[in-house]
Write a protein that binds this ligand. Structure first.
Ligand code: SF4
Length: 229
């Protein structure tokens, strides 16, 4: 983190960002959509499936099933909707997600290039989270990412109020953007998502193994143990 960023952030915020970056560099998860030179097809489809399914499951599914059959949006569009439904059935995403993914594939096959942030927002079942994830992870834009997991970490560590509709909660997105490093923001976003899944877990957070517990509101208010807020 640069000196400029250190001056911009409070001590607590700096401890958070530095802690997440350090933890993440030692606990990196090598998913198929995180590989260097990732292509838009792999990144967008993975993010689309990740909204409802765990990362490890999507990773296995992409490697062992989906990417063995399809390599581009045009491959999906050239197949039948019924085939796509059968492919997605093991994930339980065959009813609503398959038709949406089919429409996305037809649209992007016709477009013939990677969609922008604004164009992703217009695709079915693609909201602010997916558009932000693709913008950051594919286009390498300095874009914050907030989902239920990230919101939970912010709520516990910073006592930031929770929102029901995260995509509309500007206070969360503004806060997340302020914390984003000027460089290494892609890695930071990956690390934050991993940290929320592996350490600051929904039910049994691993506070005793948490590298930022000494500055965490929730840990401190619970006098050394996790307390639901
Ligand atoms: S101390 Fe516990 S509640 Fe606080 S950030 Fe770490 S894992 Fe989450």
């Amino acid at each position: 983190m640069s000196m400029t960023e250190e001056r911009r952030l409070s001590e607590k915020e700096t401890a958070f960002v530095v802690g997440i970056m350090r933890w993440g560099s030692e606990n990196y998860r090598d998913f198929v959509w995180r590989r260097e030179n990732g292509d838009i097809f792999v990144v967008l489809v993975s993010e689309f499936l990740l909204r409802k399914t765990k990362s490890e499951t999507v990773d296995r599914f992409m490697k062992e099933t989906f990417l063995r059959r399809y390599h581009t949006f045009c491959d999906v569009a050239a197949d039948s909707m019924e085939s796509l439904k059968e492919i997605l059935r093991p994930l339980g995403l065959h009813n609503q997600r398959a038709p949406a993914l089919y429409t996305i594939s037809e649209t992007l096959c016709k477009m013939g290039r990677a969609p922008t942030y604004q164009e992703i927002l217009k695709l079915p079942h693609c909201g602010r989270y997916i558009a932000s994830a693709v913008d950051c992870f594919f286009w390498k834009s300095r874009r914050p990412i907030v989902d239920h997991n990230v919101q939970r970490v912010f709520n516990r560590y910073f006592s930031l109020p929770k929102a029901v509709e995260i995509h509309k909660a500007e206070h969360l997105w503004r806060f997340a953007e302020r914390l984003l490093p000027e460089r290494n923001f892609v890695e930071y976003n990956y690390h934050l998502l991993d940290f929320s899944a592996l350490v600051c877990r929904p039910r049994s957070p691993r506070c005793d193994a948490c590298p930022i517990r000494d500055t965490c509101d929730n840990y401190l208010s619970g006098r050394g143990s996790y307390k639901e807020m």
